[in-house]
Design a binder for this molecule. Structure first.
Ligand SMILES: CC(C)(COP(=O)(O)OP(=O)(O)OC[C@H]1O[C@@H](n2cnc3c(N)ncnc32)[C@H](O)[C@@H]1OP(=O)(O)O)[C@@H](O)C(=O)NCCC(=O)NCCS
Length: 209
């Protein structure tokens, strides 16, 4: 097989075989997916909330950390309640088959609205663009599953990562106000983004996932 090129001066220079495109993609790309939370995931989610550091709580605006047992019980219930009665729903985020975080939809009013939350507990995987794709996949799944008229996401205005991620995807910022985004949250300045299904789908299509 020809592995060398002859240059015009008569010297031989080795031809560096190009790396096939599919191989480059395999190295760079991770398999990103979401799936419903199961009882086996509950201890990890509980630990993320209950064992969070004071710095994490401040950044997230968490004020009311529940007791481990109470949170465990409510998450186990969320895993098993029939969908038509669900008031909260959880999707586990996976990178290459490894659970790395979750999205929740809380305050579900059937046929009306709900509020999305997002957390990646594997800190070394943050900031690589995975959250944006996993969030969009979760948003599409929540829209399809609950057929709500509106989903919002309300990160603390002072928390850069979710704000930057939501803007990067293209979700419209519709309001900045002072309030609490969930039963765990402190009253603080919040940015409200409208989580539109078509914006999530367009981002996924553009990212090739
Ligand atoms: C929010 C979170 C789920 C996003 O997932 P992610 O994988 O980090 O998301 P992405 O990498 O797609 O996007 C995050 C963006 O914020 C940026 N970012 C992250 N930390 C930042 C910081 N401290 N200051 C400024 N920008 C920051 C990243 O650079 C990235 O922007 P870019 O793609 O334009 O460079 C994840 O960062 C996380 O779990 N953070 C801690 C928990 C949290 O804050 N949850 C939100 C509760 S509302």
């Amino acid at each position: 097989m020809d592995t060398q090129d002859t240059c015009s001066a008569g010297h031989f220079t080795p031809r560096i075989a190009p790396i096939p495109v599919w191989r480059v993609s395999c190295v760079r790309m991770a398999a990103l997916s979401v799936r419903p939370m199961t009882p086996l995931d509950v201890p990890r989610v509980v630990s993320y909330v209950v064992d969070s550091s004071p710095e994490d709580r401040k950044r997230l605006g968490v004020a009311n950390v529940p007791a481990r047992e109470a949170l465990t019980e409510s998450l186990l219930e969320a895993c098993t309640v029939p969908q038509e009665f669900a008031r909260s729903s959880y999707l586990i985020w996976k990178v290459d088959d490894r659970p790395v975080g979750f999205s929740s939809l809380k305050g579900i009013v059937p046929g009306e609205h709900g509020g999305m939350h997002l957390h990646m507990w594997e800190t070394e995987l943050r900031g690589r663009g995975f959250g944006a794709i996993l969030f969009c996949r979760s948003a599409v799944e929540f829209h399809d599953r609950f057929r709500l008229r509106s989903i919002v996401c309300e990160p603390r205005a002072a928390n850069p990562a979710p704000n930057r991620m939501l803007r990067k995807i293209g979700f419209p910022l519709v309001q900045t106000y002072v309030g609490a985004s969930s039963e765990l949250s402190a009253v603080c300045e919040l940015n409200r983004y409208e989580i539109l299904r078509d914006v999530a789908e367009a981002y996924l299509a553009n990212r090739g996932s």
